[in-house]
Design a protein around this ligand. Structure first.
Ligand SMILES: [Zn+2]
Length: 428
């Protein structure tokens, strides 16, 4: 008697499990199986192995789907662990100003930057933010992202931050991409509080965080710890109070200047420390002794035209589980594409293609506390898989700027086919 599966994918040229548990597999941490197959059922991965093993032990349920992965590589769906996906307006003129010589900080000082998006978001009704968010999530899905983090932080008032978090919740309900919600009320100091920042921090700690928790709108709390934004002491105060209220901390740490953000991430037990261009030797040491996941965002450095990138090689040499994300946002990294990020990780961070794939899947899942559910092709995890038209996993970063994703399977259902969204009606 064979076991039954809803979906069988067989004959896959390279099945990249990112599950190093089985040491018979090739390519180290990638867990590569040639002529591989998977059996899926009930939205989960039932079995992973060679085509012969799987077809001998599994048969399709009536109405099930059999796919052939010849000429293709199968990967776990990408996890994008750092995005600002819910926003209004756009800032392409700032992109042009930077090309003509202005810095990110100069543009912000002239009323551009995060505050420009804040005024756009405050004026945009929730329905419009939702529509724009759905379009972005469609694009993310077509590029292979099946789970993403989503930060608020363009409202910077109780009402507008709640609006953004509610839009993220509705997006999660309505779209196949799973969103992990982060409250980033400390993304910037709102215009009306510029000369009384302390009062805004009181508002964050005394009203906004408790209200976000009361409405169960976020799982994480993040702070932009940076010169001219929030100091280390202010960040510590905000994140400690969030942590006491039940939100897990994350930090935008040591992005442009060293603020000992990585050390603070370790001190308060953050799940991740993100950016880290300006991390010090001490910061690296602190991370090494901790379980904090470094999230590197090379798309931001690339789009801002910076010369410096985070020290990924040192982190990897020390055994840190380096994660990669898009930092999708309208100011400094306008991309939904995780494949593009793997290219930048290889070229600019000197990560190998295998390290970049682990960074975009399993390590990214660790950075959003979802590694028990997604990030690898492992029995019992969610059936979130992507099939790419390429002869080897090395093509992912190598053949850049185009979309090689052919099919995306989310919770065991085909949601992208031939690189395009498949609509299933109302049921996500
Ligand atoms: Zn960010």
């Amino acid at each position: 008697m064979k076991n039954v599966a809803d979906v069988i994918i067989e004959g896959i040229d390279e099945l990249v499990t990112v599950d190093p548990g089985d040491d018979t597999r090739e390519e180290g941490d990638l867990g590569l199986i040639r002529d591989g197959a998977v059996a899926l059922g009930g939205g989960e991965i039932l079995a992973v192995g060679r085509s012969r093993e799987i077809t001998e032990t599994y048969r399709l349920t009536k109405g099930g789907m059999r796919l052939n992965g010849q000429g293709q590589v199968l990967l776990p769906g990408f996890v994008d662990p750092h995005t600002h996906v819910v926003f209004g307006g756009s800032r392409e003129h700032e992109f042009e100003m930077r090309i003509c010589g202005s810095s990110y900080q100069e543009i912000a000082a002239r009323g551009g930057g995060i505050r420009a998006t804040v005024s756009a978001v405050r004026q945009t009704p929730a329905e419009e933010l939702l529509e724009a968010g759905l379009r972005r999530l469609d694009r993310m899905l077509c590029y292979g992202t099946t789970t993403a983090e989503a930060k608020s932080g363009y409202g910077l008032s109780l009402e507008s931050e709640i609006k953004l978090l509610e839009v993220a919740r509705d997006l999660n309900d309505r779209h196949p991409v799973d969103l992990v919600s982060t409250f980033l009320g400390a993304h910037e100091v709102p215009e009306e509080y510029v000369h009384r920042k302390e009062e805004y921090i009181d508002l964050l700690v005394d009203e906004m965080i408790p209200e976000v928790v009361r409405r169960d709108l976020a799982e994480f709390c993040d702070v932009f710890c940076e010169e001219g934004v929030y100091t280390r002491e202010e960040s510590r105060r905000i994140l400690s109070s969030a942590s006491k209220a039940g939100l897990k901390p994350k930090i935008h740490a040591d992005e442009f200047t060293n603020q000992k953000g990585a050390e603070l991430a370790v001190e308060i037990g953050a799940t991740s420390a993100d950016h880290l261009l300006a991390i010090s030797g001490q910061g690296l040491n602190a991370l090494r002794e901790s379980r904090v996941i470094p999230v590197l965002l090379p798309g931001t450095c690339f789009s801002l035209g910076l010369d410096s990138y985070a020290p990924a090689r040192e982190m990897l040499q020390w055994g840190l589980k380096v994660a990669l994300g898009t930092d999708l946002n309208p100011g400094s990294s306008m991309t939904e594409s995780m494949p593009m990020i793997t290219t930048l990780a290889c070229v600019m961070l000197h990560m190998t293609p295998a390290e970049a794939i682990v960074g975009a899947t399993l390590n990214a899942a660790l950075a959003v506390d979802r590694a028990d559910q997604v990030g690898s092709v492992t029995q019992g995890k969610k059936a979130d898989l992507i099939l790419l038209d390429m002869p080897s996993f090395r093509y992912l970063p190598y053949h850049y700027g185009v979309n090689l994703v052919d099919k995306v399977i989310k919770n065991g259902r085909l949601v992208v086919d031939g690189g395009r969204r498949v609509q299933h009606g109302d049921n996500p």
